[in-house]
Structures are given as C-alpha cells and as structure tokens.
Design a protein around this ligand. Structure first.
Ligand code: ADP
Ligand code: ADP
Length: 233
C-alpha cells in the first residue's frame, strides 16, 4: 500500500571522536502518486534523508522499505540495481554530460538497463518530446538554456519509468519565470501518476506540492496536507 515506508531511521556520522546524528528518528510513509515537498533549514537533515530515499546511502538504524524491497542494509551492488530501477534524480546543477547531446544524455540510463541503441534512441526521442524538447534532441548542454537543460535532466529521470522522482532544489539555478515553467512540468509529471519528492528552500516552490514535510535537527517537526496548492495552470 505504501511505496515508501521509513520506520524510525537514524543516520549517524562519525567525524574524529564526534558523533553527529544527522537523522535522529525519522518515520515517513509515502503512497504512490503523492507529491511531497521536503523543507527545513540548512543542516536539518534533508540531504541525508534524500540520499537514503534515493538509495545512495543507508541508515545506521531503522528500516526503509522501497516498493516492497527492504533496502535498509543492502550491499552497494544491490542498492545500485534498485536505484536504477526505482529512482529518477533531478539536481539543482542538472548534472548533464557536457559533450553529449540531449538525446544521448536522456538515453544514458537505458544503457545500464541493457536496451539496444535503436530502442534507447526511440525512447529518448519520445521522452524529450514529452518534456517539450522534441526540436532540441541534437543540442549539447551549452547550446541550451537553463530551463531546457533542466528539461533534459527531467527527461533523463523519467526514461526508466522509475517509481519515484527525487528532485533536489530543481529550480535553485533558474530565474523565476523558468522556475515556474519547470514546476509546471513537474506538475504534469505528477498528474500522470508519478510520485514526486522535492527538496526546496523556497516556500513558493513548496506550495506546488500536495504534502509538506518540515525537518529540524534530524527530526520531522511537521507533516501536513498542503491546504493551498498552487498550480501553474
Ligand atoms: P541539509 O540538507 O538539511 O542541509 P544535511 O543532511 O546535509 O542537512 O546535514 C545534516 C547534518 O549532518 C549537518 O549537521 C551536517 O553537517 C551533517 N552531515 C551531513 N553529511 C555529513 C557527512 N558526510 N559527514 C559528517 N557530517 C555530515
Ligand atoms: P545542501 O545544499 O543540500 O544543504 P549540504 O551543503 O548540506 O547540501 O551538503 C552537501 C554534501 O556534503 C552532502 O552530500 C552532505 O552529505 C555533505 N556534507 C554536509 N555536511 C557535511 C559535513 N559536516 N562533513 C562532511 N560532509 C558533509
């Protein structure tokens, strides 16, 4: 019934002789199709939680079940396989390969999934069309605007049809107008049934989400349905 079931997880870092509890005790359940904004001041544990949600890291205590897989203490190899199948990442800095075209960037996750070149290119083409970039497939990142680069990154996140899209400050490097366009795209993706988790510092951006989770000092201090969803359309 839940896509994400996080039960009393903690993440402790040890630096020298100091123990840092980046996450103290976090319990969070997310259903398929939810659109959640994760907020909180710097140092509150958002990156640590996103890294665990995205299977880039594992908790030092507690349990995380993602789409039926208990990933709490999986090996690095198993975690990588789950990550490729279940998670689409979108970053503030786009993280595109600079020498590759939009089509090649978007097709990249399909290489690991083992599809033929023809299938990869057809699917990348279609996915770029779906994010409004059908006429930019042969452009390289430096030939695209910030908003177009982020559309390429969103297409790359979608191509494997992951069960969750994790977007970490996706509008952090964009001007206001372009941010609104990208939030419109994320809303469209959500409307198609995708599950979205968005980290943002900006209240305006968070208002697009249907649920808001606020962190402080390694704990969830608030978790509520957004009473005033702001839609681009
Ligand atoms: P946020 O993303 O909300 O800014 P972080 O998850 O990055 O918060 O950090 C939470 C706390 O954990 C902070 O005190 C931070 O300094 C600490 N922390 C995060 N990552 C590490 C790490 N790799 N090693 C040591 N301490 C870390
Ligand atoms: P954000 O901009 O999302 O708040 P941060 O600047 O907190 O990101 O963290 C950036 C990266 O550095 C993260 O991967 C985090 O885990 C790591 N990090 C944060 N704090 C520390 C720390 N005190 N020691 C080592 N690594 C850290």
């Amino acid at each position: 019934e839940y896509l994400i079931e996080i039960d009393d997880i903690g993440r402790q870092y040890i630096v020298g002789n100091q123990e840092i509890d980046a996450l103290k005790s976090v319990t969070l359940k997310i259903k398929k199709g939810e659109f959640v904004a994760l907020m909180g001041p710097s140092g509150s544990g958002k990156s640590t939680l996103m890294n665990i949600l995205g299977c880039l890291d594992t908790p030092t205590k507690g349990r995380y079940v993602l789409n039926g897989h208990d990933v709490s203490d999986m090996s690095e190899n198993d975690l990588a396989a789950i990550r490729n199948k279940e998670i689409g990442f979108v970053f503030q800095t786009f993280n595109l390969l600079p020498k590759s075209t939009a089509l090649e960037n978007v097709a990249l996750p399909l290489i690991y999934a083992g599809y033929s070149k023809k299938v990869r290119e057809e699917r990348a083409q279609r996915t770029l069309e779906n994010v409004g970039l059908g006429n930019r497939v042969d452009h390289r990142p430096n030939e695209l605007s910030g908003g177009q680069r982020q559309r390429v990154a969103v297409a790359r996140a979608l191509i494997n049809e992951p069960s969750i899209i994790l977007a970490d400050e996706p509008t952090g490097n964009l001007d206001t107008k372009t941010s609104i366009e990208i939030m419109g795209l994320i809303e469209d993706i959500h409307a198609k049934g995708n599950t979205i988790i968005l980290v943002t510092h900006e209240e305006d951006i968070a208002q697009h989400a249907h649920r808001i989770v606020r962190m402080r000092d390694g704990l969830i201090e608030d978790d509520y349905t957004n009473p005033s969803i702001k839609s681009v359309k």
